[in-house]
Design a protein around this ligand. Structure first.
Ligand code: 13P
Length: 251
């Protein structure tokens, strides 16, 4: 069943990109407008400074836009923060929550990630909830236990019609050029699928599970063909339209 899920190819620009980088968004919009583009959904999450304009450039195209984080409240006295409602107001339809860089840079806990995912859903956004073990945890053969624990703590209860995306990003593979072995990706994604089926019932059959961590044009085809890999969350290789489009074409 999970092999029938339409893939999502998502770019996370992180803290990269100035106004000149909007050209990359224009190029992606252009490249995926042709009829030969694979049947997948495409998303770019630029820094919030570029989100409104990215929303204008991608309006009425196949490219969706998203935020990289949101606050748990929809408005109020939280200097410097951005709410899910504000992201939606800029045209975003997704938001990444619980990325390992936010968990480590800002001490975000599973409970906070769950509250952010709930805020995203309340604002009409689809949260992409990130999980993944670090190097030491993998060495100790704790990867699956750690990820199950993160899923237990980070996923909100869902109301009818609400949708989430899970992104499995092994921390040691992010930005390092190291990619998890195919067998490890298959084992982890199948374990996440089992967890979803156990906890979410039939709805777990259709939840997308993305892989993230040094995905590039050269390895995307192999990773995206693995069972229960329903797309990718791509950092470095999403910054250049040519690379990102090559990954889209591999989907
Ligand atoms: P890289 O693709 O640069 O390894 O980053 C992955 C990531 O963290 C996406 O969220």
């Amino acid at each position: 069943m999970s092999n029938t899920i339409k893939p999502l190819i998502a770019g996370n620009w992180k803290m990269n990109g100035l106004r000149a980088s909007l050209d990359q968004i224009r190029d992606v919009v252009q490249a995926i407008s042709g009829s030969k583009t694979p049947d997948c959904d495409v998303l770019i999450c630029p820094p919030v400074t570029l989100l409104a304009e990215a929303g204008v450039l991608s309006a009425n195209s196949r490219l969706a836009t998203g935020g990289q984080n949101c606050h748990v409240a929809q408005k109020g006295a939280h200097t410097g923060d951005i709410s899910a409602t504000m992201l939606a107001d800029c045209g975003a339809t997704f938001v990444i929550v619980g990325h390992s860089e936010r968990r480590s840079d800002h001490g975000e806990t599973d409970g906070l990630v769950r509250a952010k995912a709930r805020a995203a859903l309340d604002a009409g956004l689809t949260p992409i909830i990130c999980v993944g073990e670090n190097q030491a945890e993998r060495m100790d053969a704790l990867a699956i236990t750690v990820v199950e624990h993160q899923l237990d703590g980070s996923l909100p209860e869902l109301n009818k019609g609400e949708e989430i995306v899970i992104a499995y990003e092994p921390v040691w593979a992010i930005g390092t050029g190291e990619v998890a072995a195919s067998s490890d990706i298959v084992r982890m994604h199948s374990s996440i699928r089992d967890w979803l089926l156990k906890k979410r019932g039939l709805r777990g059959e259709t939840t997308r599970i993305l892989y993230g961590g040094s995905m590039k044009p050269g390895n995307a085809g192999e990773i995206l063909a693995l069972p229960d890999v329903n797309g990718g969350l791509i950092g470095g290789a999403s910054l250049k339209a040519d690379d990102f489009v090559a990954i889209i074409n591999a989907a």
